[in-house]
Design a protein around this ligand. Structure first.
Ligand SMILES: [Zn+2]
Length: 270
């Protein structure tokens, strides 16, 4: 499921390939997008830029309108070269340009902001975006974790986009493993060095995710020197398998109000 690296990768692609291009045709099969008149309002408009804020996508148009999408658990954006077939099953929005078609599937979080309309509260409330170049991943993460209720569990807090933006369920488990931090500890028990390491490691993993399309890869098996990454991870979805560092069985349990599964090594993470 999409974490912060996906929105930043998509926005970078749009910025590079769609800026200056006009929407020749817009279509939707999504009742909500149709009721809001989104396709009709986009036809004939030109893309002027794109950006990601945490897991939110913003596509800006010459009219001043802004297409805001959030992929949540199921959504996916594709950029298809002109002339290639576009699957219509599950189509939320299709924007056809002369040279390419941008297609959004299975997305519940779509809206089109009129010129001057403020960004939704969910974006305005975001914490520092670990993939934004103005963010200091170490310092800003320390400050963000110091500013919240010290009794919150680390594994729950780092996924709260209002604290820091970009980390989803996979990066949560992988970051805390690499930082050596037990996800069940209270935030108030973290040293500055531990909080800084969480920010720095998550930032590095997210950047790798932007650069490498496909399944998130955080672990490189020793000895492999060629070929594409295969989506291997340190602990995520490895419950009861041996820890790659110490051999202890990896544990898993739901965490936070949303009961998202956290994976951790009880020996390496303290
Ligand atoms: Zn271990």
């Amino acid at each position: 499921m999409p974490e912060g690296h996906v929105s930043h990768r998509n926005a970078g692609l749009w910025q590079e390939r769609l800026t200056g291009h006009v929407v020749r045709e817009a279509r939707s099969r999504d009742p909500r997008a149709l009721a809001l008149g989104i396709p009709g309002r986009l036809e004939g408009d030109a893309v002027t830029g794109a950006e990601a804020r945490g897991k939110h996508h913003l596509m800006r148009f010459a009219s001043g309108r802004v297409l805001h999408t959030h992929l949540r658990m199921t959504g996916v954006w594709r950029l298809v070269p002109a002339g290639r077939p576009v699957r219509s099953t599950g189509l939320t929005l299709m924007l056809r340009f002369d040279h390419a078609t941008a297609v959004l599937y299975s997305c519940q979080g779509i809206r089109l902001l009129e010129p001057g309309e403020p960004l939704p509260p969910g974006i305005r409330a975001l914490g520092p975006d670990l993939l934004h170049q103005a963010t200091d991943p170490a310092g800003d993460t320390v400050a963000a974790l110091r500013a919240i209720d010290p009794g919150r569990e680390v594994g729950e807090a780092v996924m709260d986009q209002r604290v820091v933006a970009g980390i989803g369920n996979v990066y949560k488990s992988e970051t805390l493993f690499l930082a050596g931090v037990d996800p069940w500890r209270p935030v108030g028990s973290l040293t500055d060095a531990e909080a800084a390491a969480i920010g720095t490691i998550a930032c590095d993993l997210l950047h790798r995710g932007v650069a490498e399309p496909g399944s998130i890869t955080t672990y490189d098996p020793p000895g492999r020197v060629w070929g594409r990454p295969r989506g291997e991870k340190w602990v995520y979805r490895r419950a009861r398998e041996q820890c790659r560092r110490c051999g202890t069985p990896v544990r898993s349990r739901g965490q936070g109000d949303d009961n998202r599964t956290t994976y951790w090594c009880p020996t390496c993470q303290t």
